[in-house]
Design a protein around this ligand. Sequence first.
Ligand code: ADP
Length: 598
Amino acid sequence: MECALVGNLSNTCFLNSISWRVVRQRKTRMLYSSANFNAPPLFAHSNPPIERTLAVFGSEEFVWPSPADEIPFWKNTFPSRDARIQVPTDIEKDSNPIHIIHVTAEMAPIAKVGGLGDVVTGLARACLSRGHAVDVMLPFYECIEKQQINDLALITEYNTFYDGSWVPTNAYRGVVSGIPVIFIEPSNEFFKGQNVYGGSYNELEAYLFFSRACLEWMQVAGVQPDIIHVHEWQTGALPLLYWDMYQNLSLQKPRVVFSIHNMEHFGECRKDQLSKCGLDGSIYANVDKAMDDRTIGHNPERLSLLKGGIVYSNAVVTVSPTYLKETLCSGWLASTLLRNREKYFGILNGIDTVIWDPANDVFLPANFHAQKPEGKKICKYYVQRGLGLVSDGSLAGDPVPYITDNVPLIVCITRLVAQKGLHLITQAIKHTEELGGQMIVLGKAYDDRVQGEFEDLANSHNQGSSIRILLMYSEELSHMLYAAADMVLVPSIYEPCGLAQMIGMRYGAVPVVRKTGGLADTVFDMDDSSNREMANGFVFEGIDEGSLNCALDRAFRHYREKTDEWNSIVQKVMEIDNSWNNTAGKYIETYNSIRVRW
Ligand code: ADP
């Protein structure tokens, strides 16, 4: 069996040797309707409606998961998500439709590593539902599961220039979660491997290739969108290629928007590497163009695709107003951003409320929403049982027990990288245990040191009854955890926008966050008496452990001592509209401000 839990519940999966005992597998999802459940106001501490839950849980159909299941509950076969996806039809159409092509390294759910994938899918869907034409161009990573693509068909066989020769390349068209996608598949080794990133090819060169291949396809196919929207350093060379090459060929209409989701990576690139995609790299080694200022005088000096993208795009967007301010006053790119201030905008990300919809989520054992919240309690108990956080032995009869209400469950779903506040996550584990709560970390580490540290933590905690540390990426489990959680922790050192706190809120998890970037724009402290109207979570400022402890203490106290207030804050966070419908309009204004009428 694939190792899913490190230092897992029986502590043997880590050795990859456990044969999980088959107990019972869940047969059907529980769908809540008023017919079988009369919506009691039910969150923390309220008495469970045992008679009614018994009626539901006594059903032959429903089976609780257990840590001993051969197939972990998040790997069950779920109904197709697409069947449930409903593109909102009630959204007013914009009067001047635009054609936008996103060029991106990630797209949820088929090629998602972090928030970039979510943003592309959510923004694309929001613009589609407002009547615009949208395509996404994505590398055809070998790891993409083709059954998640509808109507996949080869549409163009063409050649793309790379490193002195023309590489045969295929373009496929397909539909993913209702969004048209063009997949670029080179015949060389690029984009092969088991993961989106980290294959055994040169990643920088692969994305240089991809940037040119997308423009080449537009030229060959005769497609001229109004807007080419590029994302992150991976596609930062496209604006250079567009203005200095393809504008002199046959593409003239498009204007380019560049989104910066995170300034952690600058797309460091040697001149000779940039030259491989057909540009003369030395032309860009200039402080006003793409020179990485930090490397001046080094041998070799280097370029930054992020900087080049900023300089050469018609508009540059970052993902929250506070991150915009932060990037203008710190970091080596601040001077470049200040020089380009007039075209630099901070637009808060939204979440895709079609994918993240607790009322329709196919991964949940029970659905719920703000007006009918009781399914959330089932989700919490389901996850607790599946991970061995409550023992099934004491729960004969299967009603959701009172104990579930008394123990606050906090989740942290994150890439395990320094930006995310690793020492604070570790401290939260310790402090949650001290406070008698439960915590689940779902995280993927990208370097051996961090992996080792969290494996040690998992080995020392996963045996007990309060902490689970799951070192992997699982889209399905992430949905279940948001739904199960009373609180969602995002203790980032910096956070350009952050989606976990917004998703958590939609699923009724109260956020506990550090005040930085988009977290500061979306979470407002419950104990700030000057801002009661916005109050929706617990905020701390310091990066020290004491600051985190204090926020957790306050959150746990609220949960345990102010039940009614807690229940209403859960309802309030579920009702907050962080959807793209709310924020896509700002992107459309930006697109309109730079497009050329043709
Ligand atoms: P970032 O883009 O920096 O990773 P965001 O908060 O913007 O952070 O977006 C993170 C997205 O990735 C969210 O949808 C979150 O649920 C998801 N995610 C992060 N880690 C995991 C994981 N280990 N398993 C599943 N989903 C994850």
